[in-house]
Design a protein around this ligand. Structure first.
Ligand code: C2E
Ligand code: MG
Ligand code: MG
Ligand code: MG
Length: 281
């Protein structure tokens, strides 16, 4: 009801809307240029076995170095990409690049053939019937065994259209790729669906991990999700581990896998390769 606020209020409201709209149009424009020129990069964050401290694989995370604004968080530009359909070429590029990288590391260090690669998909991708074909195509082309690839789907995008999602996840699992439910605990999925969900991993959202204190609500939520994963026959992955204390608690609770700044930040291709190289000699 901006008009009711009188002329002054109306002008401020209108001006603010205008600024927001301009910013959004600028971002959309810049994103379109970025997509056309493929100026994105992938960083790779290790996923670690909490018992052995061994790296079991990496999660590919997209990075956009904007010409004037510097790095823009995927949390800011991925939603814009989803709304405009630009997510399709972006996801295709992420899939291709991450699979090529995983294939390259495999050929460089054949004895580390268990190293896995995870990528993030959006709800838009999941709704495309062509997704399964595209994934198959990229696996064939890069000669990457399907079981090396994990597709991360957030819990909240699953529940938008659970029937289609389940069907698509089943098709993907038939290819041999693995499925990870990302940001688990923030999306309110129904328990009855969860028990029939075609998935391999549950990723405990970092908001729970970061707020853990011995015996508090977040601690109990993490404990419950680890137990639930176990019951569903899935492996639990804790995100956002930043302190040795959190790491100890998670390990004691029986959480198998973890990620976080304490273990490693997301690394450039060069840094990830150097890390593997240092561990392989
Ligand atoms: P996500 O998939 O849940 O990724 C985890 C986010 O937590 C990443 O942020 C990662 O850098 C950050 N992180 C890792 N360890 C820690 C930690 O110890 N503490 C804290 N505070 N944060 C940590 P990032 O890279 O900014 O990505 C944000 C989100 O953007 C991702 O959340 C994912 O939903 C989305 N995203 C990233 N890359 C892609 C992509 O290639 N495609 C799509 N569709 N989405 C992507
Ligand atoms: Mg993820
Ligand atoms: Mg997450
Ligand atoms: Mg997230």
């Amino acid at each position: 009801r901006a008009k009711a606020a009188g002329r002054g209020g109306y002008a401020i409201f209108d001006g603010d809307m205008h600024v927001q709209a301009m910013k959004r149009m600028q971002l959309e424009h810049d994103l379109r240029v970025a997509v056309a020129q493929q100026v994105f990069a992938l960083h790779y964050q290790p996923i670690v076995d909490l018992k052995t401290q061994q790296i079991t694989g990496f999660e590919a995370l997209i990075r956009w170095d904007h010409p004037t604004r510097g790095f823009i968080s995927p949390d800011e530009f991925i939603p814009v990409a989803e709304e405009t359909g630009m997510i399709a070429p972006i996801s295709r590029w992420v899939l291709q690049t991450a699979c090529e990288q995983a294939a390259q590391w495999r050929s460089q260090w054949p004895h580390r053939h268990h190293l896995r690669m995870s990528i993030n998909l959006s709800g838009y991708d999941l709704r495309q019937a062509t997704l399964v074909e595209t994934v198959q195509h990229v696996l064939t082309q890069t000669q990457l065994p399907a079981h090396i690839l994990t597709l991360e789907i957030t819990e909240s995008m699953l529940i938008e259209d659970i029937e289609t999602a389940i069907e698509r996840l089943l098709q993907l699992q038939e290819l041999g790729v693995r499925i990870s439910i990302d940001d688990f605990g923030t999306g309110y999925s129904s328990l009855s669906y969860l028990y029939n969900l075609p998935a391999n991993y549950l990723k405990i959202d970092k908001s729970f991990v970061s707020q853990m204190q011995l015996g508090n609500t977040n601690y109990k939520i993490v404990e419950a999700v680890v137990t639930l994963s176990d019951q569903l026959g899935l492996a639990a992955i804790a995100e956002g581990i930043e302190t040795p204390q959190q790491l100890n608690w998670l390990e004691a609770l029986g959480c198998e896998l973890g990620q976080g700044y304490l273990l490693s930040r997301p690394l450039s291709t060069e840094a990830a390769t150097a890390l593997l190289s240092a561990q392989s000699t």
